[in-house]
Design a protein around this ligand. Structure first.
Ligand code: KIV
Ligand code: ZN
Length: 499
């Protein structure tokens, strides 16, 4: 069995995609969850991009204790300096340098000759080596590069000390057979390759990112770069959950395994959906709402008779909550904490206290509290810090023959402010009242409302995206009342925009 390293770039290649920008607090939350998921490397960002990016790479490097933390850098001294500044305090730091090797990129983007690219590769890897032993080199647009030139570039990088060589399919152009052949070619022809790790990094422009990454593994790669939910530039990157579960489910075919804790997959996917405000489609492999739902009678019958007739992996293996009716009004704090721990939550005592308070409020409204309710409750992160906006109360009047009216009372520090507004339905009226209180016109970019579990008393979950003066953030709220969930998610987003 070969060990395949999982290099997660959700916080770099994923975060740079439109609609996925995260603030520092959210990035830290995702990084901690990636550590629980036991990926091998967290690419925390592109430190030179802005002071904010450098600060978040640095904070992640300090917070993460058991996972390698990496920053991306172009093959330029200033970028490498910034990358090192970002990761220097990590327990295991890595600098990841990239330089394009395809004729198109060399001619039109870099305006460099192939000889210049070879020299720059060797010089910049050697430059990074002064800071950090663990240097990774990527030949951008590798799959559209001349194969023999690619080998020379990799030899230059290995000669200068790179310990990982990455083969990106930057524009999602490769076909699986070709990817396998190219990986095998690089493995066979590159001098010194046996001393380093060969990695693949695939994009999904033709929907082939997972297949191409796995083809790379068959060709000899032992590191795969991917993102949670497959987020990333354009059509996205190879999806972490698909790669991990393919390796897990077809272990003997690939003769390979990885150390990822598969039971943390669902939680990680949910966390990313909730911080980004972007849901995954219901039919998304592994983590979509329908990934384990058997609708047709023939399938249901088959699964009831023998699960493996139509199920190649179990929902439990990816950590899907089993929706047991576990807690209720009379459950005490001990039972609550035990259940959260069993679900894999490890909360600091203050967060546990707040979650318990929210649980008690919920238990008054909902008879049976399921695992999915508990997850939504903990993940809702509606807690407000002193000085932030908080919902005090609301009254709604709406119907098919009247305009919606909302009376909203918000707490802002010591002050409580109330406004009344009319709108096109209760949601519009509530948002207008809140806008008046805050004195800003926010634009609503997206809005989704769903139920956390089945049944009429299910908790509603609202996830939306708001923007103000070019900044866009997500907000999330849960409640047994969908209007309350909506108002909470709006306030959650405003607090982020105002922070
Ligand atoms: O897609 C790509 O080529 C990249 C590199 C920077 C590795 O993201
Ligand atoms: Zn990429």
């Amino acid at each position: 069995m070969r060990e395949i390293k999982i290099f997660d770039t959700t916080l770099r290649d994923g975060e740079q995609a439109p609609g996925y920008s995260m603030d520092l607090h959210e990035k830290l939350e995702v990084a901690r969850q990636l550590e629980r998921l036991r990926v091998d490397v967290i690419e925390a960002g592109f430190a030179v991009a802005s002071p904010g990016d450098l600060a978040s790479v640095r904070q992640i490097a300090r917070a993460v204790k058991e996972t390698r933390v990496c920053s991306l850098a172009r093959a330029l001294p200033g970028d490498i300096d910034a990358a090192y500044e970002g990761v220097r305090d990590a327990v295991a730091p890595r600098i990841h340098i990239f330089l394009a090797a395809s004729p198109i990129h060399m001619q039109y983007k870099l305006r460099m000759t192939p000889e210049n690219v070879l020299e720059q590769t060797a010089a910049m890897v050697a430059y990074a080596k002064k800071y950090c032993d663990d240097v990774q080199f990527s030949a951008e647009d590798a799959t559209r590069s001349d194969w023999d030139f690619l080998v020379r570039v990799y030899e230059a990088a290995i000669g200068a000390g790179a310990l990982t060589i990455n083969l990106p399919d930057t524009v999602g152009y490769a076909y699986p057979n070709e990817m396998q052949e190219l990986t095998a070619y690089v493995m066979a022809r590159t001098k010194g390759i046996e001393k380093v790790t060969l990695s693949v990094h695939c994009h999904d422009d033709l929907g082939l990112a997972t297949s191409n990454s796995l083809a790379g593994v068959l060709g000899g790669a032992t590191q795969v770069e991917c993102t949670v939910n497959g987020i990333g530039e354009r059509a996205g990157n190879a999806s972490l959950e698909e790669i991990v579960m393919a390796l897990h489910t077809r272990r003997s075919y690939f003769q390979a395994r990885c150390r990822v804790e598969t039971q943390q997959i669902y939680r990680t996917s949910r966390l990313l959906q909730s911080v980004s405000g972007v849901p995954v489609p219901p039919n998304k492999a592994v983590v979509g709402a329908n990934a384990f739902a058997h609708e047709s009678g023939i399938h249901q019958h088959g699964v009831m008779a023998e699960r493996t007739t139509y199920e190649i992996m179990t929902p439990a293996s990816v950590g899907l909550p089993q929706n047991k009716m576990v807690l209720g009004k009379h459950s005490g704090r001990h039972a609550f904490e035990e259940r959260l721990r069993a679900l894999g939550f490890d909360l600091a005592s203050q967060d546990m206290q707040r979650a318990f308070e929210r649980f008690k409020v919920l238990a008054d409204k909902k008879k049976f509290i399921q695992d999915a309710d508990l997850e939504a409750l903990v993940e809702s992160r509606e807690d407000t810090l002193p000085g932030m906006l908080a919902l005090e109360s609301f009254v709604i009047n709406a119907g098919s023959v009247i305009d919606g009216t909302a009376i909203i009372k918000l707490r802002m520090g010591d002050k409580v402010v109330q406004r009344v507004a009319m709108g096109d339905g209760p949601v519009d009226a509530s948002f207008k009242a809140i806008n008046e209180i805050v004195g800003e016109e926010f634009s609503l970019e997206s809005y989704q409302l769903g139920a956390v579990t089945e049944g009429g008393d299910a908790m509603g979950e609202c996830v939306l995206r708001l923007s103000l003066r070019g900044r866009s953030v997500s907000g999330r709220g849960v409640s047994t009342d969908v209007i309350e969930a909506t108002i909470k998610s709006y306030i959650h987003a405003i607090n982020k925009l105002m922070a």
